[in-house]
Design a protein. Structure first.
Length: 415
């Protein structure tokens, strides 16, 4: 006699008896909202834990299959605002209030101080200087001579490969291919513009089509994987540091000496000395890759969480070199982020809170013309990183860092 269908039973009891797996609840209940509640209740009963803090009214029916699986709720992160931040960029022009999602006390206050300093100094100049998301499929060939031939073919057939890539998207455009030979293996690093999307999925689909075209024309080549780690995604890599990935963006400000002394409580010379010894000498002595900065990852991570970016891409997106120079009029500070991966459509950018955070900065959804919102966001991110760098380097120079963290990061009263 066939066992009774669990759909006809009390599903929660069927789960407890091991007759229904948690991942099947969305399908069985025809509702990811209900499946989310049931999964959480099952875990509470099985483990004897109170998970009510994870309860959320997010639209899980839209989230599952798009952003997350086996959902049990959501985690809340405090969001602070820094600003106004005055930016004069190619795409970001004006004053912006910047949302920062963080659990680190003193971070928002520090960035806010940097924003105020930049505003008093007449604003930050910012510019996206390159824009291309990458993917690098890997191919195996019979010999080194075949690999060299494949690399030469790829370079000579850019227009053919562009057309193949375009078959998969209306929003993306392949702009460059760079083959790298390693014996019997060839990595083909594809670079593509992706409009207002961060573009990882878009470029991956296009790369599959390009790879198929490469094998079609070179049947002795074997396509091993759509990603060969020469992209490079979610890892600190020299290739991103040198060639860039996503948006390569830079921002600068010159702060008059009077503002440095009165607002930041230090001097241009002291800030330059801290930068030289901490950012350059210390980072070099430690063998840091892409970390010639004070705390760029703090700002990038907080903005990524607030605006629905891929959090794991903070790894390469926070690669940054900060320059600090004492000049005749005060102090010059610049930041350059070679591989900032941001978008205003796709991923988690549609979620209600994240969309509101993007809207706060005037960059929610697609830009007009397409692509301009993502470029605008990149300039805002770089300028916010600049604000964070100005504030922290000044705090280090003035020996104020510990005091600020004791007061704002540990809830202690100011003494």
């Amino acid at each position: 006699m066939a066992p009774a269908s669990p759909i006809g039973m009390e599903i929660e009891e069927a789960i407890l008896r091991g007759e229904v797996q948690l991942y099947r609840l969305d399908e069985l209940l025809k509702s990811s909202n209900q499946a989310t509640e049931l999964r959480r209740k099952f875990l509470e009963k099985k483990l004897g834990k109170d998970l009510s803090a994870l309860k959320s009214d997010l639209p899980f029916d839209k989230i599952v299959g798009r952003n997350c699986e086996n959902t049990i709720g959501a985690v809340s992160i405090p969001v602070g605002v820094a600003g106004p931040l005055k930016v004069e960029g190619r795409y970001a022009k004006g004053e912006f209030y910047v949302p920062l999602a963080t659990t680190e006390g003193a971070l928002v206050a520090s960035v806010n101080r940097g924003c105020s300093t930049i505003k008093d100094a007449s604003g930050a100049l910012a510019a996206v200087i390159a824009d291309a998301m990458t993917r690098a499929p890997i191919f195996e060939t019979p010999s080194l001579s075949h690999s060299i031939a494949l690399a030469e073919w790829v370079k000579s057939e850019l227009e053919l490969l562009k057309r193949a890539f375009s078959e998969t998207t209306r929003h993306g455009e392949l702009v460059e291919v760079r083959p790298f030979v390693a014996g019997r293996h060839v990595f083909v690093r594809l670079e593509a513009r992706t409009g207002d999307a961060m573009g990882m999925n878009m470029v991956t689909r296009g790369s599959e089509r390009v790879a198929a075209k490469i094998v079609e024309a070179n049947p002795w080549a074997r396509h091993l994987a759509v990603s060969g780690n020469l992209c490079t995604d979610k890892k600190a890599a020299a290739i991103n540091w040198i060639l860039g990935r996503g948006k390569t963006v830079t921002a600068e400000v010159t702060i008059p000496r009077k503002i440095v002394e009165e607002k930041l409580k230090t001097t241009p010379e002291a800030m330059q000395k801290v930068a030289m010894t901490k950012l350059y000498l210390g980072s070099a002595r430690a063998g840091v890759l892409g970390g010639f900065n004070a705390h760029a990852a703090n700002i990038v991570a907080a903005l990524f969480l607030a605006t629905g970016q891929d959090p794991a891409q903070v790894v390469e997106s926070s690669s940054c070199i900060t320059m600090v120079e004492a000049v005749e009029e005060g102090v010059y500070v610049s930041v350059t982020l070679p591989s900032l991966e941001v978008g205003t459509v796709g991923g988690g950018t549609w979620l209600p809170a994240q969309k509101a955070a993007l809207d706060l900065m005037g960059v929610a959804g697609p830009g007009d013309p397409p692509g301009t919102n993502a470029l605008k966001l990149a300039e805002i991110v770089a300028s916010t990183v600049l604000a964070g760098e100005v504030s922290l380097i000044a705090a280090l120079a003035a020996h104020h860092l510990v005091r600020a963290h004791m007061r704002l990061g540990r809830g202690e009263s100011k003494t």
